[in-house]
Design a protein around this ligand. Sequence first.
Ligand code: PMP
Ligand code: GLU
Length: 426
Amino acid sequence: MNSTTTPTTSLTLSHRVNSIGPSATLRITAKANALQKAGKDILIFAAGEPDTPTPEVVVEAAVQALRNGETRYKPALGDVAVREAIAHKLTTQNRIQGLTKDHVAVTFGAKQALYNACQCLFDVAATGTAPAEAIIPVPSWVSYRPIVELAGGKVVTLETLPEHGFKPRPEDFRKLVNERTRAVFLNSPNNPTGAVISPDEMRAIAEELAHLASSVAPNLVILSDEIYENIIFDGMQHCSPGSIESIADRTITINGLSKSASMTGWRAGYAACPGSFGAELIQGMGKVQEQSASNVTSFVMPAMCAALTQIDDHIKRMRTSFEERSRIMYEGLNTIAGVTCTPIRGAFYAFPDVSALLGKTTPKGTKLANSTIFAEALLDEAGIAVIQGAAFEGCGDKHIRFSFAKHVDTLRSGITRFERFCTTLS
Ligand code: PMP
Ligand code: GLU
């Protein structure tokens, strides 16, 4: 340092940023990719992203849009055409009534849809005042908590259990909802557990939430993350809570094309909510978008239109192929002593319970005290990248998560290698 430079050691970041952690899913994937690139033999089951390319018709729509000069700023909430296509999709496929383009925001992935919605729902509480609360059923996707906390909300976890199929029950909400409840997160099909809430179960949850909203929690809204809606097995039906009349006007549907159209890197998501509250929320989200990122990439929006209307075959093939892979994972993992996997009803994650192996020691002498050490040892000693269940909270620390959006041969090699690792523990 020369004598004219101001020392920077006393500079700090905001408490808000210092208090959140990094995304475990993205960090571990980056580490595993780097090891693989450096020549290490690593089988990667980390971040969840489809292994198939984006359908050609979608790519072509983006290329055409680029050629047509769709390279300039657009309205922050998105093009009219794509907002209308989303409203139409949600009306016809998800049976959500009363949606027009004014009830739809286009965002950089479902992640930003959740982020912008939470910026509109939560305030930083005044000193001495209790913050508004978000009820998050856990184990849950890693980004819900930081998104709520960055907006000033307080997370209240609802523990879902394997014996209940990792699904929240109506009575669970009764215990947690109060006058400060602002948001209830629902995620079916679920990351990381693979749970799917059936239409009957969803109606029962909706009736309870409608009752609680009218009796104790007037500000309650439901954030329904439906990013895995098309990846659903065993003939189960996806149910959008926004289609249930008693809660329709307080349900914000979050979705995107990352999973159903293999578009993770395009950053194509959306939020929708009907009624006058919905229109106001979307305007609010538009302000957040305008003042932070501006519109989603201009030539991505025509591609989103193609993905929303022209890829039925891709979706069918993808569902069949993930269903086959879910069976390989479920059966393969359950043959390993000390590993128990609950049925995988949707999404592309296996979330086996490895608690019977915690406390054991690896051949290199690592004591597997928790799921984080377990996942680290699995990477370092067996070349298998998974996400530690602790990242998903709740009973997650007894589990590890495999993303099975991989070739079946990789899945089989992974299971064989994982079994070998488990049998060497003492
Ligand atoms: N919700 C869940 C449950 C997820 O697993 C993910 C990860 N893709 C997202 C939302 C965010 O998806 P994206 O931002 O890529 O649309
Ligand atoms: N949602 C995926 C996962 O859980 C992708 C990474 C992320 O955005 O968290 O692995």
